[in-house]
Design a protein. Structure first.
Length: 128
């Protein structure tokens, strides 16, 4: 099956040996997004709410570039340096996703790239 690389300037450029997303058939695998501002490639460090929103805005841009929306995401992984921020993730996600919500995992980690407090990756399925 053919792989299609997805890229948009509305999300941070890949800073390593990976793609923003890869589409195989009608499934899109979105790479992990940290709270990088796509225009300046600097970290959003204001507060955890700003970081979570930046990550979701980045994911939204990549999903759009692939021909979908956040509502097409079927699986979401959330990586948090502090699991105490999980209720805030839930609160903010409610403004970005609608029911039925994606399946999700929340994973506590020791650290994330560039000192981020949150990272998310996802699997999206597009309808024909």
């Amino acid at each position: 099956m053919k792989k299609e690389v997805i890229h948009t300037h509305d999300a941070p450029a890949a800073i390593g040996t990976y793609s923003q997303a890869v589409k195989v058939g009608n499934t899109v695998y979105l790479a992990g997004q940290i709270p990088l501002d796509p225009a300046s490639m600097t970290m959003v460090t204001d507060n955890m709410e700003a970081q979570i929103r930046r990550v979701l805005d980045n994911m939204k841009a990549v999903a759009h570039a692939a021909g979908g929306t956040l509502d097409d995401i079927v699986k979401l992984n959330v990586f948090l340096v502090e699991l105490s921020h999980f209720p805030l993730v839930n609160e903010i996600m409610a403004g970005y996703f609608s029911e039925p919500y994606p399946a999700r995992a929340a994973i506590g980690v020791a650290s994330l790239p560039r000192g981020a407090g949150v990272e998310m990756d996802a699997i999206m399925v597009l309808t024909d």
